[in-house]
Design a protein around this ligand. Structure first.
Ligand code: ZN
Ligand code: ZN
Length: 303
């Protein structure tokens, strides 16, 4: 990991030719929050793109997937994989506005965790019912396919994905993505210190192993330590908790994400500065920052 460009914009972007490009198209939690206070870290809800040599894969379909869809229309490719962590609004609300849906040349595979007996197609397409949205799912022109992924692993092109159930209301997963000798972990919604979840024992060790030695970890850091006591059981972590996880897992670079909708850019800056000091004090060599919309985080291929 080796470079971060602050100058890329969706219009000027050139795919990293020799590296793996990780772009956050949405970093906000809960609800889009555009406005002058959030221009730098971004107001769109969760969406991540990982580009390898000749393929891109997408994680979550928050409002950030809308501009990503325009980029795909312009540059391709037309075979698209969308992996979902779960079905809360802020992770699926951009889907009806994803332009490739309406192009018969496109094929879109949506992979995510089944919720009890409700399958992914019903969960994902249900938000396009007439009460919620004017355009019915039947208008979708792309070739659609849906698949369940609640545990285990999945391979697509040069990407190998492992998933793990995390602490968040409903059945929610995080992803560990292996590509070109690098590891990226994407866990946008997860309460590290929560106690109210119906999970198998041993979660605290499993999650440390899951993120172990990752080159890049993007983790839920919605709250401050002051805010958290009033949000117990809401399914989110603090900046400090994410930092602890990254240190325990030997992660190389941590990006705080799922920013609270009320968090201003200046507040995020101040929290990141504090976390950088804490990381430096620990002598771990861990690099920390806050996920920023529209930025490419590039990792060099190690194989
Ligand atoms: Zn969320
Ligand atoms: Zn959620």
């Amino acid at each position: 990991m080796d470079s971060t460009s602050n100058e890329n914009t969706p219009a000027s972007r050139v795919k990293a030719a020799d590296g793996i490009s990780v772009r956050c198209w949405g970093t906000r939690g809960s609800i889009p929050s555009p406005g002058p206070d959030t221009t730098r870290y971004g107001g769109n809800t969760t969406c991540l793109e990982v580009c390898g040599a000749d393929q891109r894969i997408i994680f979550d379909a928050g409002s950030g997937i809308r501009p990503l869809g325009l980029d795909i229309v312009e540059k391709g490719p037309n075979a698209i994989h969308i992996f979902l962590t779960h079905f809360h609004w802020d992770h699926i609300q951009g889907f009806p506005f994803f332009s490739p849906l309406y192009d018969p040349e496109d094929s879109i595979k949506v992979i995510g965790p089944k919720q009890k007996d409700i399958d992914v197609q019903n969960l994902f397409a249900g938000q396009m019912g007439p009460i919620y949205f004017p355009v019915p799912f039947s208008v979708v022109a792309a070739v659609m396919e849906f698949e369940h992924l609640n545990e285990g692993s999945y391979e697509v092109g040069e990407f190998e994905l492992d998933v793990m159930r995390v602490r968040h209301p409903s059945f929610v997963i995080g992803y560990r993505i292996k590509v070109a000798g690098r590891v990226i972990c994407f866990i946008p919604d997860n309460e590290l210190d929560g106690t109210v979840y119906d999970l198998e024992p041993g979660f605290d060790k499993r999650i440390v192993d899951f993120v172990g030695d990752a080159d890049l970890l993007i983790h839920d850091s919605m709250y401050t330590e002051v805010e958290y006591p009033k949000r117990l059981g809401w399914g989110h972590s603090t900046f400090e908790q994410s930092l602890r996880l990254a240190k325990e897992g030997g992660v190389k670079r941590l990006l705080f994400s799922h920013h609270d909708p009320t968090r201003t850019d200046y507040e995020v800056d101040a929290l990141v500065a504090k976390m950088r000091e804490a990381a430096a004090r620990s002598g771990s060599g861990l690099e920390v920052g806050a996920a920023m919309e529209g930025i490419d985080y590039t990792l060099e291929r190690s194989k």
